[in-house]
Design a protein around this ligand. Structure first.
Ligand code: GLA
Length: 725
């Protein structure tokens, strides 16, 4: 998998279908050489074509000038004046660094990253790791680049450790990965953007001259941009073209972008956002970046997504629920909001149990003075007016219906009126002397502090030990502002936003490890922290607060560019929909939610018998086919961003069952014929359509397609095709 060809000084990292190559040029410069389709022949040594041309800025490489040297990990002030991957301020005030290649190590397997989530490998996986050490001899700083090659998954993970052996320094930026592309005048950049209630819409535009980036400075990965970009050929689509994905396993401030120079060179990069970031490294200290996951596909965006799905579902998500069937839950939030008591919750659960729902989740409002969203967060004890028998008593009642009991928490927050805040006003993110900002009437607890993290860990663990709670929805409902800490010294304030995320990860690790039987779902005002970092601790995320079936078509479709459907919490809610007022059929709401982690978000006592029958059947179907949605291969066939129709196909792991989901956002009068061409089928096999006596050839379905009339009866369907041998 990893070869170092000594004669030319070239490292080759080979997965099943891809090659990534670097070269030690002039014995000292580690240059990026290639990433793409697996190479059959070795590369020549880098020459002028690769790195010595058209300079304005004099710099040294063997006496020649260059301002575009394709450093594998560039730092400021050298023969590469583009976006640096790392920047320093040294004790003498200088900011220029010069890192030269020193040595390398190849080992089998992959170890974890201290304090940070990361993709892992299991016994039997073909994974090797390369570390390359670069050194700045003057300042005595090492940069250790790590590359793990997941041969069968076709993915490469990268992270960086910066070790200071010299005098105290300031680390001003430290990205996780940067990759240069040569001769790429027509590359496009794709990302997932949005806002609350319309997260992760697919956006794509040409890589323009200069620098362009997406990112977050909100303290969470945010609903505005996702920590992911892909560079792709201008004509790349779901099935065709070169696509290079960069995904960051991190839940805080990130930046991801591309810089194009005048010579058709493009540098793509991803990592922690340098905005409001600065780390003090004393002599002997080191800094570890989050991990970037690089996926190349020669066959379009769809293949890139399937690689991410498989890797994240099986080698990023962990724990008991990684591979097992999860819960069909009902959540009371949209059913009651803050207006509930024990009786109401039990009433919702009773109706739900009758149709096969297995988990009742009590959302916001069960604790202390929380009767609306302006108080209570931080005082995590039951409101006995609402829950006279406490959580224990309620859990018992829910359990006696044959259901599990689940609970909502928002542990990272505090309302100003609470006992917790009165006792510890210093425990919030704030800057001394400045009035802290409230968002949704709440402050963010300072998770960069160990005392805060320990307090929250013990509080949560206490509640989880006391009542029979088998599911937790871990919410986070505001972005950070004025993110200062009373704990850290003035010179370390630039560390606070990253340290917050490290603190959060520590709390999550402890709580999830102590309660391995609890299923955790992450949430942040819906999908504001839908990122790989969170998936390491919690295998599913509430995809969006927008539960409208039509809006969800886009949100889930966009989310699936990187994340598997098994990671997407998706619920059937009431109509008119609470976010957009739209009325959709009960069947469509079930069909749209079913490929995700299926659940309900309404009081079924208000549903008609027919709707309950539809729900009951959907739950049965889900139990039968959920594994195919979650573990099968996903193909996006028609994009809701391009037309009224959204079609997504899933092929079971054993390839014998194919599920086609087709949904239309609006019916068309006297509609034109639509043929939806399936993918990945066995062209010589026949596929029988369940519930009918119709049989279709695989070649027919892939070349002519599934006939779909976009009329009012037919707006939403789930078609099951069984392969006949
Ligand atoms: C957030 C979540 C919702 C709900 C509310 C409760 O907005 O996304 O699902 O839990 O908080 O306050």
């Amino acid at each position: 998998m990893i070869i170092f060809e000594k004669e030319n000084g070239i490292f080759y990292l080979n997965t099943k279908n891809t090659t990534y190559a670097m070269e030690v040029a002039e014995g000292k410069y580690l240059l990026h050489r290639y990433w793409g389709k697996r190479l059959k022949n070795p590369l020549d040594k880098a020459d002028e074509y690769n790195y010595m041309r058209r300079c304005l800025v004099p710099a040294d490489i063997n006496g020649k000038n260059s301002d575009i040297l394709p450093f594998e990990y560039s730092t400021w002030g050298n023969a590469d004046m583009r976006i640096p991957a790392a920047e320093f301020t040294f004790s003498d005030g200088s900011r220029v660094s010069r890192f030269e290649y020193r040595d390398y190590n190849i080992s089998s397997g992959k170890s974890g990253i201290d304090g940070l989530p990361a993709v892992y490998c299991e016994a039997g996986d073909r994974v090797d790791t390369l570390t390359v050490r670069l050194e700045d001899t003057l300042q005595k700083v090492d940069i250790v680049l790590s590359y793990s090659v997941f041969e069968d998954y076709d993915a490469i993970t990268r992270s960086v450790k910066i070790i200071n052996r010299g005098e105290r320094l300031l680390l001003d930026s430290a990205l996780s990965a940067a990759v240069d592309f040569y001769g790429s005048p027509e590359l496009e950049i794709m990302h997932l953007d949005g806002t609350w209630a319309r997260e992760r819409y697919i956006t794509r535009q040409p890589v323009r001259p200069g620098n362009q980036s997406v990112g977050s400075r909100y303290g969470c990965s945010s609903p505005f941009h996702n920590p992911f970009i892909a560079l792709c050929d201008k004509n790349a689509d779901e099935k065709h073209g070169n696509v290079y994905g960069f995904s960051l396993v991190y839940s805080g401030n990130f930046i991801a972008g591309a810089e194009r120079n005048p010579y058709n060179g493009v540098r793509a990069y991803i990592g922690i956002n340098p905005a409001n970031f600065q780390f003090v490294l004393e002599s002997g200290d080191s800094f570890q970046t989050p991990e970037a996951v690089l996926v190349y596909s020669a066959n379009g965006i769809g293949e890139m997504s399937r690689i991410y799905h498989r890797l994240y579902r099986t080698r990023l998500c962990r724990g008991k629920y990684r591979d097992t069937e999860r819960f069909v839950l009902i959540n009371n939030w949209e059913a009651t909001y803050f207006d509930f008591n024990e009786e109401k919750i039990v009433g919702i659960a009773k109706r739900a149990a009758k149709i096969g729902i297995d988990t009742m989740v009590l959302d916001d409002g069960w604790f202390s003075s929380r009767i609306k969203d302006d108080n209570g967060l931080g005082d995590w004890y039951e409101n006995r007016d609402r829950l006279p028998n406490g959580l224990e008593g309620l859990a018992e009642k829910i359990n006696s219906l044959g259901m599990r009991f689940g609970l909502w928490f928002e542990p990272e927050m505090v309302n100003p009126g609470t006992e917790l805040y009165k006792k510890h006003p210093d425990w919030i993110l704030h800057v001394n002397g400045r009035e802290p900002y409230e968002v949704r009437n709440q402050y963010t607890l300072d998770f960069s502090r160990d005392d805060v993290c320990n307090y929250i860990t013990e509080t949560l663990c206490g509640i989880l030990s006391r009542a029979n709670i088998e599911y937790i929805k871990w919410d986070m409902n505001r972005c950070m502002s004025a993110p200062g800490s009373a704990f850290w010294s003035g010179e370390r304030q630039g560390e606070v936003m990253h340290r917050y995320i490290l603190g959060l990860y520590k709390v999550l690790e402890t709580v999830t490890q102590r309660f391995p039987n609890v299923l955790f779902e992450s949430c942040a005002s819906g999908g504001s922290r839908f990122d790989p970092g969170m998936l390491y601790y919690m295998p599913q995320t509430w995809t969006s607060d927008d539960s409208d079936a039509v809006e969800r078509l886009k949100i889930q479709y966009g989310t699936s560019v990187v994340y598997p459907y098994s990671a997407m919490g998706a619920h059937v809610s009431a109509v008119p929909n609470h976010q957009v007022g739209r009325i959709t059929s009960f069947a469509m709401r079930c069909n749209v939610a079913m490929p995700g982690q299926f659940g309900f978000e309404l009081d079924l006592n208000g549903c008609s018998e027919k709707e309950l029958e539809t729900a009951e059947k959907a739950i049965k179907d889900y139990r039968k086919y959920g594994g195919i949605f979650h573990k099968g291969d996903c193909y996006r066939l028609c994009s809701p961003f391009d037309s009224d129709i959204s079609a997504v196909q899933f092929i079971a792991e054993d390839k014998n069952t194919v599920i086609l989901t087709v949904n239309s956002s609006k019916a068309t009068p006297n509609a034109p014929d639509e043929y939806i061409r399936l993918e990945g089928l066995d062209e010589s096999a026949c596929y029988r359509c369940e519930g009918t006596d119709k049989c279709f050839g695989g070649d027919y379905l892939m070349n002519v397609g599934w006939y779909f009339v976009n009329n009012s009866e037919n707006k939403s369907s789930i078609i099951i095709l069984k392969k006949e041998n």
